[in-house]
Design a protein around this ligand. Sequence first.
Ligand SMILES: [Zn+2]
Length: 602
Amino acid sequence: MAEARPLLAELHDQALVALDAYFQAFSATRMDADELAAIQSLVAAAGWKFAVSFNDSRVLTLAVVVPAAFPFAPPRLFVLDGPGLLQWPHLEENGLLCVYPSQTSFSTERPVAVVHALLQEGVAMIEQNLAGNIAADFRAEFVSYWNRSVETAPRVLSLVEARGDSRAVYIWKGQKDHVVADSEAALRRWLDHRFGSSAKAAKYDITMALLLWLPAVPLPADFPKNGADIRRLVAGDAAALELLGKAIVDESIDEVLLGVKTATGTGFGSVKLMMPPKQDGVGRKHDPINRGFRPGRLPLKFALQRGLAPASKVWRYLVQRVDHEWIHGRDHDARQTVLKGKRIVIVGNGSLGSTLAELAGKAGIGNLHLIDGEVVEWENIGRHVLGAQSVGTFKSVQLAGYLRANLPHLQAVEASPEVAEAIDVERLRDADLIVATSGVWQVDSLLNHLQQSQGLPPVLYGWLEPNAAAAHAVYIPGQGGCLRCGMTDTGTPHLAVTRWPDDGLVAVPACGGAFTPYGPAELAWAHALLSGETIRCLLDPPGKPHHKIWVGQTANWAAQGGEVDPRWLDVMGDPGAGGMIRDRDWPAAADCPVCRKLAKAA
Ligand SMILES: [Zn+2]
């Protein structure tokens, strides 16, 4: 009996047979193993090469190469006798022509049509290149071509604001990475966040660099190779030349970040300048920059000519932007200018608050203050951001360190494990929003009292119903009612989606041990609700107390013994299958013992 062949191999072979037939029309020949190896593609399984005549009567040899995973991985088009690197846009070192963006979807069922389209697009692209229409593509993708032109490490990580004038900036030169920023404080903060603010780390050696804006996007042929090229790139910019001249005389700067506005956004490259040697050919010391002039009297023109000479090589470095606006929205998220400056305090860093803190940081909220006095236990790690490595450490302290290290561009992530000290009006007053996620009524009640009596900033309270059957987010701006207006004096909300026998609690064999079982999948809906509300309350805060509820999927919580609370049915109606967001005004109670009493006393 014949052995069944795997389906994928069958499909691959069928595709090759179809392509053989297709390529006959081109008088193409199958490439042999040596030719495929020479092309240095990923792992080439098969290839066809053929000559194509172009409009200007040039004939080029093209090759279509498919990998072993074809038709489930794309075919590639190569120009076997094309020009060298950076002569044409979209042409890589090994002759690969990047016809489509890498995320492009293509049919896995019509291999011949896919190859045909690739060839058509590729040939059209080559026609454009041969006709000399290359500048626009080169300019639009400046960063790709600059990075491809880079010959040497290190990388430069840039925190500088992608706007403003040409200016002096601050630089730290690590072994693998150089980091640049607009201020020494911003640079030190990033380094402290990234590498930890130990005493050793605090000794980062910070020096100066320049940021120069180029008036036009250079083509690869104009990427600077020597000092004179740098002068040429900023020739019309007196301020930039002044900065360069001063840096040369001071010997204060040898790295220059080059910023450029492209049609698709701001790009950066960086160069290291090599000053002329301070020894002549026979080893005698001399001063090639200042010679013939008294100290401080060297005219700018000479400084530039001598410091940025055709013989002075420059090294191009690759730049990766690590600034806030790039990381959060690639310069295209207008909310970031606001969120970056906001400060939130998260009281309670457990299963709800720890993920909220992480989402808040990833959303770009620039200042986070985490308050929690509990220690990470083994039984926490199934629903907490922190895991086994953090067991035995303070949740707040460890989480803050984790967020600083992973989002080092944030302005501040601080932690307070001393909850009683941290919940203090003076310390909380400058927050834009306090998010209360401890699930402890006494803590929420304290925040509510402080807000109503002493003017805390707005508070967003978040809590879960048993088994994470529903999640609540209540925003109290400070006037128009308070948290207690909708709660009993022991923190039972007047309105809940579900009710449970024994409050849904499950006992565990420990003193006072009880919890409600739910996993991260149910919890994720609560995280989405609360992080969404946090951002909304920062950007567009409601003017009065507001209540938003995630109603979990009924099938999940009903199976665990929950039922719809009769009052919910009265007020909000039948939740049906659940899985929905509801919202309403948070009611102000005429007889509230907190906010009404204070109003009367006033
Ligand atoms: Zn009240």
